[in-house]
Design a protein around this ligand. Sequence first.
Ligand code: NAD
Length: 419
Amino acid sequence: MVVEAEPNPYESARAQLESVADELAMEPWLVDRLSQPEREFTTNFPVEMDDGNVRMFKGYRVQHNNARGPFKGGIRYSLQVSRDEVRALAMWMTWKCALVKLPYGGAKGGVNVDPRELSSSELENLSRRFFAELEPIIGPEVDIPAPDMGTNAQVMAWYMDTYSMTHGHTVSPVVTGKPVSVGGSEGRYAATGRGVSYLVNELAKRRGESIADLRIAVQGFGNVGSVTARLLQEAGAKVVAVSDVQGGYYDGNGLDIPTLEAAADEYGTIADQPIGADPISNADLLEIDCDYLIPAAIENVLLESNADRVRASVVIEAANGPTTPAADAILRDRGITVVPDILANAGGVTVSYMEWVQDLQSFFWEEEEVNRRLRRIMLSAFDEVWELAAQRDGPLRDAAYLIGVQRVIDAIRTRGVFP
Ligand code: NAD
């Protein structure tokens, strides 16, 4: 049996950039500039564990580009975190922020740790020490982190407090995705999934489909996956399959999402719930009979080896980088519509931007206001991408890249090269 090598996400991200370089008439130096990060930071740091032992951890912050504004991007805690993964995620943030016209550049961070293995106090110690290590390179006008896989609002609160302690006053705009009680925004927790659900509704409309007829499969049941599944079910769709890292369920009549959300809240997983649905693996979920497939967990799940078995007619990339370039080409040849990550999951950073604006002004908005602005921004970006894709008779990803990368190179060219 031939085992497909795990594609390197950084190589995928560079290939995606290079695929639009000619059409955008990018000079070689500009391709070179944007196909690698501006700055990279690695830290090896100690954390005291509950048993008194000290363990070493490795963390990264990669700042890809800040031509359009401060660096912006989440911090991930996972055993899969590597320098190349963080580089890819940072590059995707640059295009994403530009695509939805936020005045930000792109960055990403990560710590190589499984947060589920830590106690709450160990998680706090690790988070505070990591953020203290980052202190020289971040700040509300410099680089503003946010949650990603394995981190959450509580971790953001520890980050904010750590930074504030070293500055002698509260600095809430240094991170976004915080709890509302310490300067977080209403609507931020659900923002990414809500953005995905706005796009699904709009896409269905443009394809002449009724949301009530759609059968949807969602991989990943964390922040993004669970909110996406719940909102789409509330909108009338049938969510026929969901999974988390431990596996998932299929029910052709639709799953009971609120029950699974309650299980995820209580046990940290949806595994082993007596809900009367068929158990399925994460690999099965990708090949299940459904209309829209929504990967909302990790990168590199749609590969050259399984792309020809995807049965959905639409893939919405709620996760970052779920489709490799080789798989993307297969899906394209098969006429499957792919809504690219830099568009599909931009709702999170969009409401992070609103949180930062509210923090800077110390003036807070109601959730209705946040959601209204989110919807407008998501649909306007979708419309631009859809129109360009139609004009070029090409895929949505290429259109999204052409728009996002163009905005970044416009900013770089307009600013000029500092001597
Ligand atoms: P999370 O930690 O809240 O949830 C991750 C989910 O994926 C969990 O259910 C976990 O069990 C599952 N998972 C982990 N490894 C898996 C595997 N190998 N196979 C299948 N499932 C697996 O993370 P999240 O914030 O929901 O992020 C999910 C994805 O969305 C990531 O790609 C992230 O970069 C992207 N994203 C998140 C946000 C945000 O606001 N949180 C914004 C934009 C994009």
